[in-house]
Design a protein around this ligand. Structure first.
Ligand code: GTP
Ligand code: MG
Length: 418
């Protein structure tokens, strides 16, 4: 890991474009949080209220001038735009500002690049970066061609563009191949876990909601939990024992954010599959955050993009230690179906959460009565290992069991069911 001293800090003028005045501070705070995580030092923030960005320069002409002067006065290294900027807009703005322009997607990709530790993480980040940069690259070249275009110049320009395009494309397809290999390993792991018929659940939530803190509390892991956004990149799965002999596999994974870049979701498909393959979802909400409702919406939106929005979900209001008024949590829990309130830090409410999860697991289990032939008696052991056995009797035709089992295990007993 690079030491703090080696990290170069770039200074930035931040540009926030949003419609709703009430959200100004929250939008700015979130961008500042992302800056900290990316090693960017914010100097000042400029705002423009727009319902949609200008086509050519993202912000209006007046704003472009204002930013140019300010960036010059403050000797900012970069101008950071809180949105997705097209290649053409980026080029126009860089020309006007006389300095580099970085957009929100690039900033988030940069944080992911810093956080990536595993091979899978690094491959996914590089793929996301290249697919995001590709069209911008094209736009830069297009301009180059236009400038140098004309008799005698077109050939070399095009050749260089073609070569570079091919190089990026080759690298993208190589990355996709490598990710496919890593994905195969992950699929195998998942299949082998599926042989243990415990249900699967994922903790999802807005970044910094406390997912890793909760995972650490529930499973005794020592995952990095940090106030900075995107502390977690790679998913971790652990078996969790529940009250009354139930159990499940629980995954802590990457956090969501509003306007999560599309390229990131696409490149992180194999990581996010942990969510897609879950039997149910534990949606963790940071109730101490002033914008928690909008954060919930952003999570719901992302789950929809992952086609995981129809899964059963438990809503878990976290950080209740920060809420002094106990009536607030009572009202919330009453208002939201299948919800509990906890503090992952102090452990308050953990019994309620464990019971809610147990109920969810119970819902996934089915009651089975079967007569297992004596030569298949290992199946009885499986029932004990992977479910809940209520009755066991040694009869003439075999072992009679009554048990609660997940569907995979019920399937194994199908032939002997009574
Ligand atoms: N007061 C309080 N702080 C909490 C609680 N749970 C988590 N935190 C803090 O919130 C911050 C984020 O916690 P994490 O567990 O890293 O959150 P995460 O959801 O895993 O975040 P990412 O992996 O970055 O998406 C840390 O500083 C935690 O100490 C809680 O119940 N109460
Ligand atoms: Mg985390």
């Amino acid at each position: 890991m690079a030491s703090k001293l080696e990290v170069t800090i770039e200074t930035a003028v931040l540009v926030c474009v949003n419609e709703d005045e009430a959200e100004d501070q929250l939008v700015e705070d979130e961008l500042i949080g992302l800056c900290e995580a990316a090693g960017v030092e914010p100097l000042t923030t400029i705002r423009q209220r727009l319902d949609r960005p200008f086509k050519g320069t993202y912000v209006g002409t007046g704003k472009v001038e204002e930013i140019t002067v300010l960036a010059q006065d403050l000797s900012a290294d970069i101008v950071l735009i809180d949105g997705e900027v097209s290649g053409m807009q980026q080029r126009n703005l860089e020309e006007a500002f006389g300095r580099r322009v970085v957009d929100r997607t690039q900033l988030i990709l940069d944080i992911f690049a810093r956080r990536a530790r595993t091979k899978e993480g690094m491959l996914q980040v590089e793929l996301a970066q290249l697919t995001y940069m590709m069209p911008k690259l094209m736009s830069v070249y297009t301009k180059f061609e236009r400038q140098k275009g004309g008799i005698g110049m077109r050939g070399p320009g095009e050749t260089k563009l073609e070569t570079d395009k091919r190089m990026v494309r080759d690298r993208i397809s190589k990355l996709k191949g490598d990710i496919e290999d890593v994905k195969r390993v992950r699929d195998q792991q998942r299949t082998s876990r599926r042989k243990h018929p415990f249900p699967f659940a994922s903790i999802v939530g807005y970044t910094s909601a406390g997912k890793s803190t909760l995972m650490n509390r529930m499973s005794g892991t020592d995952l990095l939990a940090d106030a900075m956004p995107f502390a977690t990149l790679d998913p971790t799965t652990r078996k969790i024992d529940l009250p009354d002999g139930y159990a499940l596999f629980l995954t802590d994974t990457v956090g969501f954010i509003r306007n999560l870049p599309t390229h990131l979701v696409a490149a992180f498909q194999s990581t996010l599959e942990e969510v897609t393959f879950s039997d149910f979802i534990i949606h963790l909400v940071d109730i101490s955050h002033p914008n928690w409702e909008a954060q919930c919406d952003a999570v719901a939106e992302t789950l929809k993009r992952l086609k995981a929005d129809d899964k059963p979900a438990i809503t878990v209001f976290n950080k209740i230690d920060m809420i002094s008024d106990p009536s607030v949590r009572r009202e919330l829990v009453a208002e939201f179906p299948n919800s509990v309130a906890i503090s992952a830090t102090t452990g308050e409410g953990m019994n309620d959460l464990m019971n809610a999860i147990r109920r969810q697991v119970q819902d996934l289990l089915g009651f089975v009565k079967a007569l297992i032939p004596y030569d298949k008696s290992h199946l009885l052991q499986d029932c004990y290992n992977f479910g809940r056995v209520h009755k066991e009797e040694y009869r003439e035709g075999g072992i009679y069991v009554e048990a609660e089992l997940v569907s995979e295990m019920r399937h194994l007993l199908e032939n002997y069911a009574i």
